[in-house]
Design a protein around this ligand. Structure first.
Ligand code: NAD
Length: 248
């Protein structure tokens, strides 16, 4: 049994936001583990996935009314079977709460919450037919602690955490596990403005017991665990991967 615990060979999966950053590390690791992947991402960088022989659909997941057709297209590429969904696409916009245009709030929620909800429901219908499935949502440490100058983002990631628990409640009995990962401070484009400012970068570092920012590779092991049979009795949880920030 134990040799199958982490087996992902021929598992069919959809990864959103797989063109760069954390999602791209997922794509490389799951490809290496033998999974069949379709990436959904808005960026032109998805074209680079051709070199890895990974399939993709370039799409704007904020266009909620188009998500069902996009999902069906992805499912067709996977011969109608979706074993794993990783909801990784996300955006942040930093500014004081009083200055946030409502349109920015709406866009953050559209992508970070509504598209995740819609894709998860579409995937769950297929997974239910097969009696098993794994849904992994990228939340954040700011779903637990408050953020500073990114209140819409923090609220959206809190929503992701609560959705993870609620969807887990509904789907656990179908053999579908729904879990969330809470990355801490990770070296990706999402944090370019902080990383380009040595003082701010150092300020963030002081909050991290591990004394360093995380890399996208630091998140991979938890995703592999949550996607594999090893986590079949783990559902509805948030796993921080944050160098200890949440435990301070
Ligand atoms: N980097 C961090 O410190 C950090 C911390 C906590 C949580 N997260 C979460 O991890 C996930 C990945 O973040 P990242 O740091 O790799 O960010 P990133 O900006 O490097 O990658 C985000 C990906 O989402 C895609 N995307 C953006 N808008 C889209 C849209 N409208 N439709 C489809 N795809 C779209 C981008 O093209 C990109 O490939 C996000 O959900 C983020 O909120 C990141």
């Amino acid at each position: 049994m134990s040799q199958h615990l982490f087996d992902l060979q021929n598992q069919n999966m959809i990864i959103t936001g797989g063109a760069q950053g954390i999602g791209f590390e997922f794509v490389k690791a799951f490809k290496e583990a033998g999974a069949n992947i379709v990436v959904l991402d808005i960026s032109d960088k998805v074209e680079n996935l051709q070199e890895l022989n990974v399939d993709y659909i370039q799409c704007d997941l904020m266009e909620i009314e188009k998500i069902e057709a996009t999902f069906q297209q992805a499912a067709k590429k996977l011969n109608g079977k979706v074993d794993i969904l990783i909801n990784c696409a996300g955006i942040i916009k930093r500014s004081p709460a009083v200055d946030v245009p409502l349109d920015t709030w709406q866009r953050i929620f559209n992508l970070n919450v509504t598209s995740l909800f819609e894709l998860s429901r579409l995937a769950a219908r297929v997974m239910k037919e097969h009696g098993r499935g794994k849904i992994i949502n990228l939340s954040s440490i700011v779903s637990v602690i408050g953020a500073y100058h990114s209140s819409p983002y923090s609220a959206s990631k809190g929503a992701v955490l609560q959705l993870t628990k609620s969807l887990s409640n509904e789907w656990a009995s179908y053999g579908i596990q729904v879990n969330a990962i809470a990355p801490g401070y990770i070296l990706t484009d999402m944090n370019t403005d902080i990383l380009n400012n040595p003082t701010r970068k150092a300020e963030f570092e002081k909050r991290i017991p591990a004394n360093r920012w995380g890399s996208p590779q630091d998140i991979v092991g938890t995703a592999l665990f949550l996607a594999s049979p090893a986590s079949d009795y783990v559902t509805g949880v948030l796993i921080p991967v944050d160098g200890g920030v949440l435990s301070r």
